[in-house]
Design a protein around this ligand. Structure first.
Ligand code: SAM
Ligand code: SF4
Length: 338
């Protein structure tokens, strides 16, 4: 591999002085669940040749890590449905400069993932779990798989891997689960994060304003847990964090619709077909698959990424305005790379 750390691209910094240190990399657009808020039934998936290969992904992560990216999150679709993903996750451990490796999963994983989880030395796992009730879980995800998800959660906890649970808050769907899910933090060292539903469902646009706005979620939790204490927000973090007195874990809120966090955003997203976004709400800004397959060397790829980062918008609202001009349809989160 050539040295991509050139004078032209010392690190990836945008016009607002925000440095990119975090990559969210989607390895597949496929999934074994069909959560209503994410994927309609009857999706068409990409053929294998349109996906970045593992070699291409490792090369890309190496280039980014050589230019200041310290953290990667592997996501999807459901990352564990891609064949040989365990080998890829193992290879990621060898990339210099990449200190932190995370996975976001729905927990419906093959048995061999249970067996090999310790070898991956993950810095943390984010697990999607929108309901603790079997019937509601099956309704939301269109699959009856709650038992498998809970078994995966236990495995992660037994191994002492830091665990965050993601809960999308949906009107008329899982309101009855919010307090039971928050109560997991009483005994378990987990962070349970409540996410505003975003309009990335591969469908029509969502009605505005979002029914479960972050302030409403905060107020609702505060009624059951009057001692709820907001923690200082970490730079680059998308979550508002709270402690509940006497609880081992924490609760969080992600204002994905309201976008309270854009000011310190430090991340890039690359979807399974190699399209890069500098903002979740914005359009794709670079076709990395085409660039890599055209024979570009590492320095050229780093230069193209730096140029795309330099053109970043100030926040998700302006990025979305720009995207909406060309693409009024909402892509699925599984296509953007969640
Ligand atoms: N399949 C994995 C999972 O569900 O964790 C990883 C991919 S999924 C797209 C990543 C995250 O995006 C999940 O926590 C999911 O809840 C969230 N997500 C998907 N669609 C969303 C939407 N419309 N609004 C808010 N969060 C969404
Ligand atoms: Fe699949 Fe995750 Fe989307 Fe649910 S949120 S359909 S588990 S990719």
């Amino acid at each position: 591999m050539t040295d991509s750390r050139t004078a032209a691209s010392p690190v990836f910094t945008d016009a607002f002085g925000r440095q990119i240190t975090y990559l969210r990399l989607s390895v597949t657009d496929r999934c074994n669940l069909r959560c209503h808020y994410c994927m309609p039934e009857g999706m068409t998936f990409l053929p294998k040749e349109m996906l970045l290969s593992y070699e291409e992904m490792l090369r890309l992560v190496g280039i980014l890590a050589g230019n200041g990216v310290e953290k990667v999150r592997i996501t999807g679709g459901e990352p564990f449905v891609r064949r040989e993903v365990l080998g890829f996750l193992t290879e990621l451990k060898n990339i210099d400069g990449l200190g932190k490796r995370y996975v976001t999963t729905n927990g419906v994983v093959p048995d061999k993932v249970f067996a090999h989880l310790p070898d991956l030395a993950l810095s943390g796992v984010n697990l999607s779990l929108d309901s603790l009730d079997r019937a509601r879980f099956a309704r939301i995800t269109r699959r009856d798989r709650l038992g498998q998800v809970l078994a995966f959660m236990d495995r992660v906890l037994d191994l002492g891997i830091p665990l965050k649970i993601n809960v999308v808050v949906m009107s008329g769907q899982n309101e009855a689960d919010l307090i039971p899910l928050a109560n997991l933090t009483r005994e378990l060292p987990v962070t349970v994060r409540f996410i505003e539903e975003m309009p990335f469902n591969g469908n029509q646009k969502q009605a505005a304003p979002v029914p479960w706005h972050y302030r409403r979620i905060e107020e609702y939790l505060g009624k059951t847990f009057p001692g709820l204490v907001r923690q200082p927000q970490l730079t680059g973090s998308t979550e508002l964090l709270y402690r509940i007195p006497g609880h081992r874990g924490e609760v969080g809120i992600i204002a994905g619709y309201s976008r309270t966090f854009c000011g310190t955003c430090n991340r890039l997203r690359v979807n399974a077909r190699g399209e890069m976004r500098t903002c979740l709400y914005g359009k794709k800004v670079l076709d990395l698959r085409r660039l890599m397959r055209s024979g570009a060397d590492d320095a050229a790829i780093a230069g193209a990424i730096a140029a795309a980062v330099a053109g970043r918008f100030a926040d998700g609202w302006s990025a979305q305005q720009d995207r909406d001009r060309r693409q009024p349809h909402n892509p699925s989160m599984s296509v953007i790379g969640g």
